[in-house]
Unconditional design. Structure first.
Length: 435
């Protein structure tokens, strides 16, 4: 038993330091980290050892380099195994991103380039990886963003690192909101009392009790004249005049006049609305309304022509005509993805198809999302893999984890069992397994 625990602790160190899920430039990694005994090296995708195990811990390859450590001191190797940035104190297991990797010197963090030269001096409390030209850093008690030269372009106004998925970020100071672009330029000054994120090129903002919309230049293109507003979805945004909601387009033209007690976002051309008489219905982008003939409690967005609905205490599904086609019978119901939806009764999960047929029996403690037509299914502390027909391609024998490091990427999945770890192909066969 002690031997098994030792093996698992090594496997855990491997995955903790070397996320198999990291895909460089959209391609599967060429080299995969493995442990032999208590040393780590790399195999290729055919299972052949190409960098002999000689490190205590390793990270994954990114931008051609991988972090490696000996006696808790880190450096970086290339894909031939050559140490291109020698082991030195202050380097970390963080991968290179956009030619930069963090380094820590005297309790402050900065960045090195691919030669190991410090290019952004250590001055931050914490430094994270770069993405799209910016990196989140902690400085002066808050979190902001620097560019590749180390310039603080977005001030440390946040309580933690935030995602910057678009070209603009909303900021708040002293109860007032504004927007910056990714270069730190002010798109809109701190003047609004409320603001939503940009969606479809426009952001809803409020001044006093009135809402309008501004564009990416900061120009108020739809005046502050509405009593409430939501973000745009599929070209339309819900706005309120008094206590009635309708929809306008991106030019500010009223497309569906205010008439609803509540109005939701559009998905697949339909939005849930509450009618004045208390009924609920679906409205399309032209304003055509279909009244639902059942007592709806909740509705999820449409996906593949179906939407999960809660009726009483159970979930079923409606189609785009508002017809209830899968009777309410589940405690949870998730969106359809490639023809399958995850549902539960009690604490057991399965999968159904669009006709309501059970494809995977409701017998699992958890079902993860499909990756490359394979999904993890969990029972107690172990998981295995199924295909889209529900067939188990491996036994339920691998140690459970929340992370997506154990999903399939580029035809392979990393797994850990009680006494070994390794890499599986999509047929459930090992290309490499620890002894």
């Amino acid at each position: 038993m002690w031997q098994a625990l030792g093996v698992i602790s090594l496997c855990f160190m491997l995955v903790g330091a070397a996320s198999f899920g990291s895909i460089e430039e959209g391609k599967p990694p060429e080299l995969l980290p493995v442990y032999v005994g208590n040393k780590a090296g790399f195999i290729n995708r055919q299972g052949k050892m190409v960098i002999r195990p000689r490190f205590d811990m390793v990270g994954h390859f990114h931008e051609g380099l991988a972090a490696v450590s000996i006696k808790e001191i880190w450096g970086y190797i290339d894909k031939t195994g050559k140490m291109v940035i020698p082991l030195r104190r202050g380097l970390t297991s963080m991968p290179f991103s956009q030619g930069r990797a963090p380094i820590r010197v005297k309790d402050k963090e900065g960045y090195i380039d691919r030669t190991g030269k410090v290019v952004i001096k250590p001055q931050f409390d914490t430094a994270f990886s770069f993405a799209r030209g910016l990196a989140c850093v902690k400085v002066e008690g808050g979190y902001g963003f620097i560019d590749l030269k180390g310039k603080l372009v977005i001030p440390p106004l946040f309580d933690g690192c935030v995602d910057l998925p678009g070209d603009f970020v909303s900021i708040e100071k002293g109860g007032k909101y504004g927007f910056l672009d990714r270069k730190g330029n002010a798109v809109s000054p701190l003047q609004y009392d409320a603001a939503c994120d940009f969606a479809e090129g426009l952001a809803a903002v409020a001044l006093g009790n009135k809402w309008g919309f501004l564009d990416g230049t900061g120009k108020l293109v739809i005046p502050l004249q509405y009593d409430a507003a939501s973000s745009f979805s599929q070209g339309l945004a819900a706005v309120a005049v008094g206590d009635k909601y309708g929809y306008l387009d991106r030019t500010g033209k009223s497309v569906i006049p205010p008439q609803f007690a509540e109005a939701g976002d559009f998905s697949e051309g339909l939005a849930l609305v509450h009618l004045p008489d208390g009924a609920k219905g679906l409205v399309d982008t032209q304003g055509k309304i279909v009244t639902l003939d059942f007592p709806l409690e909740k509705m999820e967005p449409f996906a593949q022509g179906m939407a999960a609905v809660k009726v009483g205490e159970k979930y079923g599904y409606v189609d785009q005509t508002g017809k209830l086609i899968i009777a309410p019978q589940y405690d949870e119901a998730h969106p359809f993805v490639q023809g399958l939806a995850k549902v539960s009764r009690g604490d057991k999960y399965g999968l159904i198809d669009r006709t309501g047929k059970v494809v995977v029996p409701l017998e699992y403690d958890r079902i993860f999302d499909f990756h490359e037509d394979r999904a993890r299914v969990q029972k107690e502390r172990y998981f295995g893999f199924i295909d889209r027909s529900g067939r188990l391609i491996t036994p339920i024998m691998f140690l459970y984890s929340e992370t997506d490091d154990f999903d399939f990427h580029g035809g392979l999945a990393y797994v850990e069992a009680d006494e070994y770890c390794g890499y599986l192909n999509r047929e459930g066969k090992f290309i490499w397994k620890s002894k």
